[in-house]
Design a protein around this ligand. Structure first.
Ligand code: IMP
Length: 438
């Protein structure tokens, strides 16, 4: 069974959705396996634009089965809203979507906790998407206060909610009233911890009823698909540098967003994942806090932001922008087991006179090629750059690698060389068609 995975190699927003969309026609099944509605991307098909957050990008091809696997955390209302918006755009969603009954569910307290933890921590704020993702995963690991989608259909759901609400109210009341919250941090005035058991049960039972046609044991489904030799595409969310175990901790998301998470999130053993495509932007962006060695907090960064429209799909925050970091990408290629690369948004770099690629770091006067495991070390490194000549041409209409300006070809080749993997696709615009197969 050829199981292919698409994994972001930077801090997310690498335009993975476009490559997933492109590859879906060669696959029977597309699987989302980690993260939640913190992810967001836009897929452009012809003159239509679609926004996706939880639903796999395979949804636009009627013969593709989409799966939201057990490693995802779900906000049922957000999911229903996404289904309704796509329906309104004439995208049919029925038996072509199944959702794991093992997926953990986000409740109102998770949103409150997300706000509180962002304003109380001892470090620079993580700057989460405030979608309750981290707190939901936290409850999953802690187990006692966790509810999975399948639990909502059980007879004891109300009793469990009553117990959780009682505990959460008492725990959170103390945090909301702390006098020593981070200086300058604004606690939202509507941070309400008076969760009402009746309202929550009514709402969530209502959501669960509407989701019932989609709910399934997706692990069993996928294992049967493996046995039947179906072609499965795994769609990663966020990027490897945001991985909870291997990323720039604590400035990460709460799931395994590198290649390491495919198997645990989907239930499909790693040996069946035969190809991993790593997605990188031709430059680097980051949203939220944390170290970023190649950041250009200057006119260059602003030019990248303007040309690449680098504003968050979910939170609309301006993304931090900088040069391509080959040290980081070499690390994430290895940690994710990447076979080939897809280089995205190359068109954004047109009109720069020169381009920089970070090839090494300097830490305490020493040159290093290894990506530091401790964020405070990464914060102290100086990026060492190689300068390449830019190109002035508009490349959005180019469809063959040979037709790119010579300097653009050299830039792409150099990135492949530095990372040590072949480049399979180069993207020169948001449309499906604006893709060069190398
Ligand atoms: P969380 O996932 O909402 O907990 O946010 C944790 C960190 O991951 C923050 O820095 C977010 O900005 C970042 N993050 C989460 N999801 C995405 C994404 O889809 N793209 C880019 N950054 C993300």
């Amino acid at each position: 069974m050829p199981g292919t995975a698409i994994v972001g190699l930077q801090w997310g927003d690498e335009a993975k959705g476009k490559i997933v969309d492109l590859l879906t026609k060669q696959h029977d099944i597309v699987v989302r396996y980690q993260g939640g509605a913190n992810a967001g991307h836009t897929v452009v098909v012809g003159d239509k634009k679609y926004k996706l957050s939880l639903i796999p990008s395979g949804i636009f091809r009627p013969n593709v089965q989409c799966v939201i696997a057990g490693g995802v955390v779900l906000h049922p209302e957000a999911l229903l809203q996404e289904i309704a918006t796509l329906n309104a755009q004439d995208v049919a969603i029925g038996k072509n979507l199944i959702i794991s009954d093992r997926a953990h569910v986000i409740f109102p307290w998770h949103h409150v906790e997300d706000v509180l933890y962002n304003t109380i921590g001892s470090n620079e704020p993580i700057g989460t998407t405030m979608r309750g993702i981290g707190p939901c995963y936290q409850d999953k690991v802690a187990r006692s206060f966790a509810i999975r989608l399948g639990d909502i259909y059980q007879a004891d759901f109300r009793e469990r909610i009553a117990t959780i609400v009682d505990a959460k109210k008492r725990m959170l009341a103390g945090l909301v009233n702390r006098p020593d919250r981070r200086e300058g941090a604004e606690i939202q005035p509507d941070l309400d911890v008076n969760f009402d058991v009746d309202t929550i049960c009514k709402n969530y039972i209502g959501y669960a009823d509407r989701l019932r046609p989609y709910v399934a044991d997706t692990t069993d489904y996928l294992l049967n698909a493996v046995d039947a030799d179906k072609r499965i595409l795994f769609e990663g969310a966020q990027g490897a540098l945001l991985d909870i175990d291997h990323g720039t901790f604590p400035y990460v998301t709460s799931s395994n967003s590198s290649g390491t998470g495919i198997s645990s999130g989907s239930g499909v053993p790693a040996k069946f994942i035969t190809k991993i495509i790593g997605i990188v932007k031709a430059y680097t962006t980051r949203v939220g806090g944390g170290p970023f060695p190649t950041e250009q907090d200057n006119d260059t960064g602003q030019k990248i932001r303007d040309r690449g429209n680098e504003y968050g799909t979910v939170t609309k925050r301006p993304r931090r922008c900088g040069w391509f970091d080959a040290v980081a990408a070499r690390y994430t290629v290895r940690i994710s087991g990447v076979d080939t690369l897809s280089l995205m948004l190359l068109d954004v770099l047109s009109t720069f006179e020169t381009l920089q690629i970070c090839t090494e770091y300097e830490l305490d006067g020493r040159r290093i090629q290894v990506f530091p495991s401790v964020s405070e070390d990464l914060r102290r490194v100086e990026a060492v750059y190689e300068t390449l000549p830019g190109w002035s041409e508009d490349i959005t209409g180019v469809r063959n690698f040979g037709d790119l300006p010579a300097n653009a070809r050299s830039y792409v080749k150099r990135i492949g060389e530095l990372i040590g993997r072949p480049i399979e696709f180069v993207s020169v615009g948001p449309d499906r068609e604006q893709t060069i197969t190398v």
